[in-house]
Write a new protein. Sequence first.
Length: 221
Amino acid sequence: MYSELVDQLRCLNVHAESWLVAAADVTDDRHIVRGVLGCPACRAQYPIEDGIGDFTGGTRLPLALEPPAAATAADDALVMKLAAMLDLTDASGYVVLCGSWGRLAHSLRELVPVQVVVVNGPPDVSMGGGVSGIVTADRIPLAGGSARGVAVDDGFGLADDAARAAFVRSAVAATRADGRVVGLAADPPLEGVEPVAADELHRVGTRTGGQPVLKLVRAPR
C-alpha cells in the first residue's frame, strides 16, 4: 500500500465521510507491507497484509479469478490499449484497475509510471513499485472524485449481483470529473458516464462530456 494513497482511502461504515490513518509495522521504501488502517470517527480497523488493504470485514475474499498467465504479445497490445482508454498522457494521480485488469498493473506502470490501485485483483499480482492493493466485499473505499480513471470487468469475486452493482457504482463515484471509465462492451450503460468510444470488447466513457461515440481500432494480435 503506497503510503501517500492512504489520504484517499475512506471508511466504509455509515457515518460522515472519514479519512483513515495508517500504522505501519513493515514498510518497503514508501509502501506499507503490513500494518493497519484506522478510522478516527468510528474506530474501525482495516488490516494491511502483503501490501493489500483488507476492507472485507476481516475475511479475505476467495476471489473467483484465474491466476494470470505469463505475459504475451497480446497482453502488450492490451496494455497499450488500456493506457489509451484511460487517457494516460502523463504520470499524475492514480488509476484503479478492478478484477482481472489488475494483472496489467506493473506493465501499465512500465509504460506510464502512474500510481495504480488494484481492487479485487488476481491473487498473484505483487504489490509495491507503485502498485497498491485493496480487497473489498462490495464498495471501493476511495474518496469520491479522486481517481483519474478506472477500469472494471466482470471478475470482482463478489457474492451476488447487488454487491457487484454497488462495486461498479463506487468505482464510478471514485472517478474524478472528466476522468475515464473503462468497462466491457456487454455491460449496460453506467449512470453518470458519458460514452466516448467503443469496440466489440470494451466501452470507454467519462464522468462528464458529450463527445460522439467512436469506434476503437482493434489491437493487433
